[in-house]
Design a protein around this ligand. Structure first.
Ligand code: SME
Length: 150
């Protein structure tokens, strides 16, 4: 399914939301099962006043990395920079937290509410270098959509 077909499905989930966590989980499942190279899709959010991220709803294998300090790994870097981070080859990244040995690449897009970086969507792929500008634009759309109900 291409991103133009997926966008209205994301919008439907968001506009019919009755529970934030269920909607976030449904969005993760939709993305994971619709995009062949999305092997793990999840949200991380700032953990209260702490300088760390806490895992939110996700689709894919359970991870040990439920708490990630700001600055650590791909996710922690985006918590600090508030900028998209696309990693075509995770083995070439020094500041990377491995969740599964199968993962080859990763993309993290920050999620803003009222211009404040409150979290992110994280996608891991078992395919090398699969992410393009289209993924960035699509995942920005996903973050903006879910931000509207937060
Ligand atoms: N690889 C991430 C950790 C989170 S897992 O991918 C689910 C990172 O380096 O921040």
């Amino acid at each position: 399914m291409d991103f133009n077909e997926l966008k209205p499905k994301v919008s439907d989930l968001v506009s019919n939301s009755s529970s934030l966590n269920k909607t976030l989980k449904d969005v993760c499942e939709l993305l994971k099962y619709s995009v062949p190279y999305y092997d793990w899709v999840g949200f991380y959010f700032k953990n209260g006043e702490k300088k760390e991220l806490k895992i939110g709803p996700y689709a894919g294998l359970a991870t040990d990395h439920t708490i990630i300090p700001f600055g650590k790994g791909i996710c922690g870097q985006v918590a600090v920079s508030s900028e998209n981070l696309v990693v075509p080859d995770v083995n070439a990244q020094n500041n990377y937290i491995a969740c599964s040995l199968n993962v080859k690449s990763e993309i993290v897009i920050p999620l803003f509410v009222n211009n404040i970086n409150i979290g992110q969507i994280d996608v891991d792929s078992n395919t090398a270098d699969p992410f393009t500008r289209e993924d960035e634009r699509f995942l920005e759309f996903v973050c903006e959509s879910v931000a509207s109900i937060m």
